[in-house]
Structure formats: structure tokens, C-alpha cells
Ligand binder design. Structure first.
Ligand code: GLA
Length: 384
């Protein structure tokens, strides 16, 4: 992330002025996919890539926003009817509105931002953007009175209310709470979380980007969520205490097999198994048992591909290639429908794996995948 770049662009666009500078990261997730909105566990970490924004209150009731990467400038007011059309600006607008709803007296500001989280790669570039502005507006207009969880919820509500994605809390949580060198296990029902030092000796994490852009809003993400809710409603008839799929066992699911669609059944089966896999991975990590961690990652991929059906040919191919190369663990990461696989690779295998996966992918799909080494970084913060 290049702060000087952002500062010089801000100066140029806003008459030589200087503002305050904030940053928030994208995220990875070791395991626990599509479990967040099912009240289950997730295991993300923030990365060293993210969004940097410079912001300065401008004494008006207008936000003047410049996207440095897209070279696009948008102005909007702060009332509900002022929603801008540009999708990148809707994130900022949504955050302003959600902060206002929580009692923060947001006023007009000038802002320019840039990022280095690859877009549509499943690394939560949008959460990074939301967290940056939620954190910044809290400092600049809210005297820091909104707590960190609520800031994450501001980002999530922005997705729900202004961007059409009924996402869970994982991405925004990871972006706000990230800590260098640590993964976080979050219980998405109680919102209890725990930091886990993540320094795998002899292994490294690498992302392989299929460069198939995932588009959560237009994809079947919301439909997956609906399937889960359908099954819960059915199970609740026999077990009123059940609130989320997280509370369900395979026995409970089997009881309602005749009453739910085959598709909904498969979705729920995946989630019930995935919730357990996060716990298994935490146990394995505490014992330094990376082989088990890796095996669970492969199981997640199978589940996401065959039961939850959020993979695609390119991602399945990347997963198969990782397996062929002897990579310890590999799976599609994030919402799916494109984006990256996350791979747990032995140090000595790294070079061969990267060369092989690039070669084979290019041969099959006619373009190169992108490789990102994972560095676990800090969450939302003020830089200047
Ligand atoms: C997206 C959503 C998250 C989560 C993941 C899948 O990243 O924003 O809330 O559901 O997909 O684990």
C-alpha cells in the first residue's frame, strides 16, 4: 500500500490540501466458508494489502470522493435520496448513512483513496473500503464512540442495504480486527473471538488467483443464504431451540430430508460439516499438525464444489493441480464463484508448485493465474 501515492493525488485534486489518512486491509480465511451467516465459526486474518484513504472535512454537506485507481470523481449528499450511481461510491455513501443511523453527525468531506487488494479475488476489497471509511468517520465525526464490532456491522449493513449482498460479518470483522501475525477465530453467533498466532514452521500460505472475477451481488450468494434459512425453518418445527444451521446436527437434517429440496439439503450438509471443520483445524493448529489442517482444507473444497456449488472449472483445476503437486492443503477461498484458492504449501515445494500451477493453468485456460504470498497484517488504523 503506497501512502505517498494517495497523498499526492489528494493534494492534486483538492487544491494542495492535506487531510487525515486511514487504512484497512483485505483478508484471507484459512477455513470456515459460508459459516458466518449460519452462526458458525470463521478463521480469517487480515492481509498486508488493503485500502488507503485521505479524508478532510470540507465544511459543506457534500462528500467529494475521488477513486485514484479508477480515475473517477463523484459528489453526493448525505441524505438517503442522495445515493450515487457508481458502485464504488455507494460503499462510501452506505457507510456514511449507516454511521448517521448510529448517531454520528457525519458532515461533508473531501476524500481520495486507492487500494492494492485485487478486485473480485475473494479477498474482500469491498470490506476494506467500508472499514476504512467506518473507522475514519468514527474518528473524525464520532469522537471514536462507535466500538469496533459496530464498525464492522456498519460495513456489513452497507452491503445489505446499499449493495445488495446479504453477507455475513466475517470480512468486515477481519478487516477491522486484524492483527499482524495472527489469525482470528470468530464465533459468529456469540461474536466471541480469539487470536491465534500463525507462524507455520516449514509452511507458507499462498493464494492462486484464477482471475475469474466473482461478483457476489449478481451471483447466487444470496440464494445460498436463502437455502440455509429454508432448512433452518424446517428443522425448527421439530427443534424450536434451533436458530442457525450452526445449531443443527446431521441427524436433525436427515429428519427433514423429505421436506426440503435436494439442493437445500446439500447446502445445509456442507455448512454443518464446515462448522465442525473449523474447530478441527483449530485443534490441529494447536498441536502443530499441519497435515490435518491441509486435509480439512481439501475437504472444504470438495464441499464447496460438490455440495455448496460455489466453485468453477478454473478453481477446481487449481485445486486438483495443488493436490497433484503434493500441496498440503488447498481450497477455494471466500464466497466462491471465482477468485482465489488458498494453499498451505511446504517451503521446499513452493517453487515447483508455483511454476507447475502457472504452466498447467495457462495451457488449459490460455492465461496465467496470479500468485499472492500471504502476509498477515494489521486491521483498520489511522496512519497520519
Ligand atoms: C463473502 C461474504 C462473507 C462470507 C464469505 C464466505 O466473503 O462477504 O460474509 O459469507 O463470502 O465465507
Amino acid at each position: 500500500m503506497d501512502i505517498e501515492h494517495v497523498r499526492s493525488r489528494f493534494k492534486k485534486h483538492f487544491d494542495g490540501a492535506e487531510g487525515y489518512v486511514f487504512a484497512s486491509p483485505g483478508r484471507i480465511n484459512l477455513i470456515g466458508e459460508h459459516t458466518d451467516y449460519n452462526g458458525g465459526f470463521v478463521f480469517p486474518g487480515a492481509v498486508d494489502k488493503g485500502i488507503i484513504a485521505e479524508i478532510r472535512p470540507n465544511g459543506t454537506d457534500k462528500v467529494k470522493a475521488y477513486s485514484i485507481d479508477l480515475k473517477d470523481y463523484v459528489e453526493f449528499g448525505l441524505n438517503e435520496e442522495d445515493a450515487p450511481k457508481a458502485s464504488w461510491a455507494r460503499y462510501i455513501f452506505g457507510v456514511c448513512r449507516e454511521m448517521i443511523k448510529r448517531g454520528v453527525e457525519v458532515k461533508g468531506f473531501d476524500t481520495a483513496f486507492a487500494g492494492d487488494v485485487p478486485l473480485g479475488a475473494g479477498m474482500s476489497s469491498s470490506a476494506a473500503l467500508e472499514s476504512t471509511y467506518a473507522f475514519a468517520l468514527n474518528e473524525l465525526f464520532g469522537e471514536g464512540k462507535i466500538d469496533k464490532f459496530e464498525l464492522a456491522k456498519v460495513g456489513q449493513a452497507t452491503e445489505h442495504n446499499y449493495c445488495g449482498v446479504n453477507c455475513g460479518i466475517m470480512d468486515q470483522f477481519a478487516s477491522v480486527f486484524g492483527k499482524k501475525g495472527h489469525l482470528m477465530r470468530l464465533d459468529c453467533r456469540s461474536l466471541e473471538y480469539q487470536y491465534f498466532k500463525f507462524e507455520p514452521v516449514g509452511y507458507r500460505l499462498v493464494l492462486v488467483d484464477s482471475v475469474v472475477k466473482h461478483e457476489l451481488a449478481s451471483s447466487a450468494y444470496n440464494k445460498r443464504r436463502q437455502s440455509c434459512e429454508n432448512v433452518v425453518a424446517e428443522i425448527k418445527k421439530n427443534h424450536p431451540e434451533v436458530e442457525f444451521l450452526r445449531d443443527c446436527t446431521m441427524d436433525m437434517l436427515n429428519e427433514v430430508k423429505a421436506n426440503v429440496s435436494e439442493e437445500d439439503f446439500m447446502r445445509a450438509e456442507y455448512v454443518i460439516e464446515e462448522v465442525q471443520r473449523v474447530l478441527d483445524v483449530c485443534d490441529a493448529l494447536e498441536k502443530g499438525d499441519y497435515e490435518t489442517v491441509g486435509q480439512k482444507m481439501y475437504e472444504t473444497h470438495q464441499g464447496m464444489s460438490k455440495l455448496y456449488e460455489v466453485s468453477c472449472d478454473e478453481l477446481d483445476f487449481l485445486n486438483d493441480t495443488a493436490f497433484d503437486c503434493g500441496v498440503t492443503g488447498s481450497r477455494v477461498m471466500g464466497g466462491g464463484f471465482g477468485g482465489c484458492t488458498i494453499n498451505l504449501v511446504k517451503n521446499e515445494l513452493y517453487d515447483t508448485f508455483v511454476t507447475t500451477v502457472k504452466e498447467r493453468f495457462a495451457k488449459k485456460f490460455g492465461r496465467s493465474p496470479k500468485i499472492y504470498d500471504v502476509v498477515i497484517g494489521d486491521g483498520s488504523r489511522r496512519l497520519v
